[in-house]
Design a protein around this ligand. Structure first.
Ligand SMILES: *Cc1c(COP(=O)(O)O)cnc(C)c1O
Length: 474
């Protein structure tokens, strides 16, 4: 059993790990064969015995030895935030109290926070937030937006597209898919879209790829043409999926003109703002999402740009009826008819039991304030802009695009070694962790600026290492 004094020591050790690179391992990533990691963690034999407090400390040391350090300046690999202290506290509270709150009576405080937070996010999108459930009257149904928090953008995408399908084909839960259903998106849409389509029983042929610009972003003309083709082929479009912050390069689709095209045809517009949603906290950067208020549904990850730990995602709808009817035709859940106060989120999600995600998002915001989160997002974007200017000024490097967000794709031209090998070599050294991506037919090194500790000097040091790696061996 772990005692309260052990708790304090373990928490202090975690803080140290976040704040400074441990001396006994590479600064960012420490990839070793599983057998070696298992030995360090003491995963031997077939039964688990109590560790005791010393054993627990030893286990934590092993875990941290092989943990990827998101707080490291050299962490550029994935779109996951270093959680702030508020989010960490929320995870501790939820992990201790354990109030899975999709049913109100399972976590009245947690459910109230989620209801309130959803309202606040709806207002950020320019949509109407509903009053408290106890203050609702039958006549106001449909005047407000609605939403729910779920575990991640992939599940959120599935949830929103299920709601869109129910609107296009209201009897789908009774009779199954109409074979004429289709989705329209860019070829570079996140694979969450393909997965959702597969889970919903749509074949790959039922996804139409609209033409894109040089950034891989949708255009209003491309969407209009794809809609016209779908109509000519007798298809029923579930939704057009636009992206606000693409995964490969961080490009923003022009939401306003795309929304106007969708509205004129009565087609559902879904905006995947999993990455770019956090930009809405910034008065400057929210311009990138202009027109998002014209969408029908939006997905917004907090574990990317809003400093929560994984996973915490909002699915938001302009019209609450679409949200409440997503998983069935009847909106019997619109009002809490139990005679007890509260509100159940159960009918809005794939999940039945879900964590107190509103607590996580709320405490991440409450830790730094919304202005603090905005400053973090702005700093990540600004450093990416500076990195682009720096790299473009080097004769032996090139960038794929001018960055619109905190994602930058570039390559070392002189190198004999390909980008995948470079990435592997970097991971073996463990100081820098980045990814690669295919864009415009070529493979690029890809950095995502996420860590509050990254600086321009970090990028300069990275370029030096890349030059050394690209140089012919003597
Ligand atoms: C990350 C991401 C997703 C998937 O979200 P997860 O939270 O990783 O499941 C979907 N779309 C875009 C644009 C993303 O960046």
């Amino acid at each position: 059993m772990i005692s309260a004094t052990d708790w304090a020591a373990l928490a202090e050790r975690l803080q140290q790990f976040v704040q400074a690179a441990p001396a006994d391992r590479p600064a960012t990533v420490n990839l070793r064969p599983m057998r070696e990691i298992a030995a360090r963690l003491g995963l031997t034999g077939n039964t688990v015995e109590p560790l005791g407090s010393e054993g627990m400390q030893g286990f934590l040391e092993g875990y941290l030895h092989h943990a990827t350090r998101l707080s490291s300046p050299g962490f550029f690999a994935h779109q996951t935030a270093q959680p702030n202290a508020g989010s960490t506290l929320a995870a501790l509270i939820d992990g201790t109290v354990s109030n899975p709150m999709a049913i109100f009576e399972m976590g009245p405080a947690a459910a109230t926070i989620e209801y309130w937070l959803i309202g606040s996010l709806l207002r950020k999108l320019g949509w109407a937030a509903p009053p408290w459930p106890e203050e609702r009257v039958a006549e106001d149904m449909g005047r407000y937006g609605a939403g729910v928090l779920v575990h991640g953008g992939s599940l959120a995408t599935l949830t929103a597209l299920v709601a869109a399908r129910t609107r296009v084909q209201p009897d789908v839960w009774a009779v199954g898919n109409d074979p004429r259903l289709c989705l329209i998106c860019a070829e570079g849409a996140h694979y969450a879209v393909q997965r959702a389509a597969g889970i919903m029983g749509l074949g790959r042929r039922q996804i139409r790829h609209a033409a894109t610009d040089a950034r891989g972003a949708l255009t209003a003309e491309g969407v209009a043409a794809a809609l016209a083709e779908a109509e000519a082929a007798g298809e029923r479009v579930i939704a057009v999926i636009a992206t606000a912050g693409s995964t490969a390069v961080g490009a923003f689709d022009p939401l306003q003109p795309i929304a106007e095209v969708c509205r004129s045809r009565g087609v559902w517009l879904h905006v995947d703002a999993a990455h770019g949603g956090g930009f809405l906290f910034s008065a400057v950067l929210r311009q990138r999402l202009a027109g998002i208020e014209l969408a029908d549904s939006v997905v917004w990850d907090a574990h990317k740009m809003s400093r929560t730990g994984p996973l915490c995602t909002a699915v938001l709808y302009r019209d609450e009826r679409a949200c409440n009817q997503a998983f069935e035709q009847e909106a019997s859940y619109l009002f809490h008819d139990k005679g007890l106060p509260g509100f159940d989120f159960l009918h809005r999600t794939v999940e039945c039991t879900k964590a107190a995600l509103g607590l996580r998002w709320y405490l991440a915001l409450a830790d730094q304030g919304e202005a603090g989160i905005a400053r973090h997002v702005e700093a990540c974007v600004e450093l990416t802009r500076q990195a682009h200017a720096l790299i473009e000024a080097q004769p032996d490097f090139e960038c794929a695009l001018r960055p619109e967000a905190n994602i930058l794709c570039f390559r070392h031209q002189a190198g004999e070694v390909d980008e995948l090998q470079i990435r592997d070599a970097l991971i073996r050294e463990g100081r820098f962790h980045l990814s690669t991506t295919l864009f415009a037919g070529r493979r690029w090194l890809r950095i995502v600026v996420m860590s509050p500790a990254s600086r321009l000097q970090t990028i300069e040091a990275l370029l030096d290492v890349l030059r050394r790696m690209g140089a012919p061996a003597d």
